[in-house]
Design a protein around this ligand. Structure first.
Ligand code: PBG
Length: 328
């Protein structure tokens, strides 16, 4: 045994027992902070597995109700719905269909699980045959203002169906203001807007594009989604969305934007959400399947890190499992 060192500081004293570690933990992760993204398709009795996202499915509305009840029972308070409509066209007109797959699912959920917070992703890419997040000009570029106007009308359709939150994920300029104005003008002053304020053009959305069947048929989304190189631009986008009336702001992807969350958290005086996107989920699932890492340890570690960086709430495909792990 060597002589003990005399040290002015011994940080390890605070790590010696689980009770001390828990007492001094600076960050918490609770089921009540999780939002579960779900894909809803037409049909009945359907739960189609998504190959690139093990454990995730495309649900028909009747089966969706069961899955959302399961999530609620685990303690997950909110879901985010993505629609896979039966047909698509160049204008994405299905997004305004009051009998569409998403309004139908929202009505059923509000009926069956009224306590669940129902959020709807508001973007044209699920409804356009070309797969872009907006209407196209004759030259094939995305028409910002026409897109914002259509999204504003669609927001009213979703709010009429009973959605608690609409979440524009298109990245058009000015759409938050247009949506807020349309909601207010139609008696939906209480409908919340969660803006995808800082959404980077990311390779980590690839599995989602299989899940939602909305891969762009030409080009890419760099003309509207942000360049990964930029951080100050994130502050600008966040400032604009707050000024236009966003109630909550989102950053995505989560794990490659921890610095952005940390920069925004002190200056954004609204709840900040982070989206742990499909590729972040699938890379953990793929490695876990091979035995290269432990799913639970890795998933909870990433979620806690996202909270530590400054997120108030997290959208994650691990929501139900994480809620179960946290209460076990
Ligand atoms: C579409 C949208 C995307 C995601 C959420 N909304 C894909 C994209 O922009 O290409 C990604 C979600 C995920 O990867 O889990 N507006």
């Amino acid at each position: 045994m060597s002589e003990p060192l005399w040290l002015p500081e011994r940080p390890r004293r605070l790590r010696q027992t689980a009770a001390i570690r828990q007492m001094v933990a600076e960050t918490d992760l609770r089921a009540s902070q999780l939002i579960y993204p779900l894909f809803v398709r037409t049909g009945r009795g359907e739960a189609r597995p998504i190959a690139s996202m093990p454990g995730q499915h495309q649900w028909s509305a009747d089966r969706l109700v069961g899955e959302v009840s399961r999530a609620a029972a685990a303690g997950v308070p909110a879901v985010m719905l993505f629609g896979i409509p039966a047909s698509k066209d160049a204008q994405g007109s299905g997004i305004e269909d009051t009998e569409g797959v998403v309004p139908d699912a929202v009505r059923r959920l509000k009926d069956a699980c009224p306590e669940v917070i129902v959020m709807v992703d508001l973007c044209l890419c699920d409804y356009t045959d070309h797969g872009h997040c907006g209407l196209l000009t004759p030259r094939g570029t995305v028409d910002n203002d026409a897109t914002a106007a259509r999204l504003a009308r669609a927001a009213v359709v979703f709010a009429d169906a009973g959605a608690d939150v609409v979440a524009p994920s298109d990245m058009m300029d000015g759409r938050v203001g247009a949506i807020r104005a349309a909601l207010d003008a139609s008696g939906h002053e209480q409908t919340l807007v969660l803006s995808y304020a800082v959404k980077y053009a990311s390779g980590f959305y690839a599995p989602f594009r299989e899940a939602a069947e909305n891969r762009p048929q030409f080009g890419d989304r760099r003309g509207y989604q942000m360049d990964v190189a930029n951080a100050r631009e994130a502050l600008r986008e966040a400032r604009l969305d707050m000024a236009e009336g966003a109630d909550l702001l989102m950053v995505k992807p989560a794990l490659s934007s921890l610095d952005i969350l940390a920069r925004l958290a002190p200056v954004v005086d609204r709840p900040l959400a982070a989206y742990q996107v499909s590729g972040e989920y699938s890379q953990i699932m793929a490695a876990a399947e091979r035995g290269w890492l432990d799913e639970r340890t890795a998933a909870l570690e990433t979620l806690l890190a996202i909270r530590r960086a400054g997120a108030s709430v997290i959208l994650t495909y691990f929501a139900v499992k994480a809620a179960q792990w946290l209460s076990a």
